[in-house]
Every structure is written in C-alpha cells, then in structure tokens.
Write a protein that binds this ligand. Structure first.
Ligand code: 13P
Length: 251
C-alpha cells in the first residue's frame, strides 16, 4: 500500500503574517495521521515555516533548488544542501511554471533532481502536458519523455526516494480539473512506463495529481487506483479547504 501524500504548493503567495496564520490555522485542523502532509512556501518564508511546522507533523519543502549542489558563484540561487541545512526535506523539480517561465529544460530538471537527492531531499518530479500537446494526442508521450529525462540517466532506483506529480498544464490554476478518468489514465500510463524499468518500484512510487484540486473534487480523484494524493496550488492557501483535501486522501 502506498501511503497518500498531499502537498500544498504556495507558489509566490503570502507574507510573513499570512504564512504564520495559515500554519496556525492548519495546526488547528484535523489532519489525518494516515496521510503525509507537506507544504512548499516561497523561499523567503521557508525558515519561519520550518520553525513553526516543527511542532506538528507537516513537512516543509522548497519550490526549487539550484542545479549545483555545492556552494559557489551562482547569484540568486539556493542549493539543495542549503535547503537541507535549514530543515527542508523535499523539493519540487520541474514544475510547469518553471518549465515555462524560467525555460527549464528536462536536462536542467534532471540535474536539480540529482542535486536534491544528493543533499538528502526528496524530489517531487512534476510532469504534465500542455493543452496543445493533449489536443495533438501527445499527452502520454509528453509525460513519458519528462519521466525518461530522469530515469534514462539515473535508473528507476532513484524513485525509492522521490515522488512524481502529474499536473496537466491546462488544469493548473484554471479551475479545469482533469476528470478522475483522465487523470487515472495518465497515472496508470506513468506507472506502466516506470514498470518497464522496474516493476516493484512502479508499484511503490507515489504519483500525485495536481491541477485545480479542491475539497469538492479531491475524493473522486484520490479514489482512483493510481492516484496517491495531490499537489495542490490555490486551495492549499486555505486551511479548511486544504485539510479537507488531506482528509479525502485518508479515506
Ligand atoms: P492549482 O491547484 O492552483 O491549479 O495549482 C496546481 C499546481 O500547480 C500545484 O503545483
């Protein structure tokens, strides 16, 4: 059995005060003990969030890390080792917003994945097709290529300590969620693809769904056989909504 994981990606939201309040409110919610819960605040709020979350069971991760592991002349970057040093335990790599806005390529994402694991962090490898790719019938091929960008070079063993998140780009922040059937189809394809490298690892790796997940649709998404939780954007900024999503993953 794969243990569900619900992760909140706070993106570029929040102030010191609002983040503190959100974590306070989350601490008051009834979070299921059968679900791993993680939040990914912006870099500037990581340390405060880690200090606050250390009193509870919520894990804190970063939204990005540098390709380079060791410290060095990389102005504006933050290394995975620095993230580990302040108490982060996870990091998102390859989020579609970074692929699009920062023009991150599969090879850069693979290097970030390597850096994250070398620092002892759990990378969450984000994959997903654009609307144009879906309409061209390329959804499966796109996500397979994004998964291969890591697995061809590193092998499937790296998924022992990693999570995959399937986030169709057309469903992110649009209110357009993939139907449970659409999401399940791609999740199953991803798992089958990983199984070509290693069947046991394919069974063990957690694959999260992301894209307009909310309390109202979480239960039917998480009921699908190959959906092991969610990577939640907008709805994770509301403690009641996010905790309801976490509870849906526990049922
Ligand atoms: P929304 O839940 O706001 O669609 O964002 C999804 C996402 O990008 C999480 O990483």
């Amino acid at each position: 059995m794969r243990r569900p994981l619900v992760a909140g990606n706070w993106k570029m939201h929040g102030t010191c005060a609002s983040i503190k309040q959100l974590l306070n409110e989350l601490a008051e919610q009834d979070l299921p003990t059968s679900v791993d819960v993680a939040v990914f605040p912006g870099l500037i709020h990581l340390q405060a969030a880690i200090a606050q979350a250390s009193q509870g069971s919520i894990v804190v991760g970063s939204q990005d890390c540098a390709v380079q592991l060791e410290e060095g002349a990389m102005t504006g970057e933050t290394s995975a080792l620095q993230l580990e040093d302040i108490g982060c335990s996870m990091v998102l790599v390859g989020h579609s917003e970074r692929r699009q806005l920062q023009e991150e390529t599969d090879s850069v994402i693979c290097r970030k994945f390597i850096a994250a694991q070398a620092a002892g962090l759990t990378p969450v490898l984000c994959v997903g097709e654009t609307l144009a790719e879906r309409e061209a019938g390329l959804a499966v091929a796109t996500v397979q290529k994004q998964v291969d960008a890591v697995l061809v070079e590193l092998g499937a063993d790296v998924l022992h300590n990693a999570v995959i998140a399937y986030e169709p780009v057309w469903a992110i922040g649009t209110g357009l969620t993939a139907t449970p059937e659409q999401a399940q189809e791609i999740h199953a394809q991803i798992r089958e693809h990983v199984a070509q490298y290693s069947a046991p690892i394919a069974q063990q790796v957690r694959i999260l769904y992301g894209g307009s997940v909310k309390a109202a649709n979480a239960a039917e998404l998480f009921a699908q056989a190959d959906i092991d939780g969610g990577l939640v954007g907008g709805a994770s900024l509301n403690a009641k909504e996010f905790s309801a999503i976490c509870r849906a993953a526990g049922n």
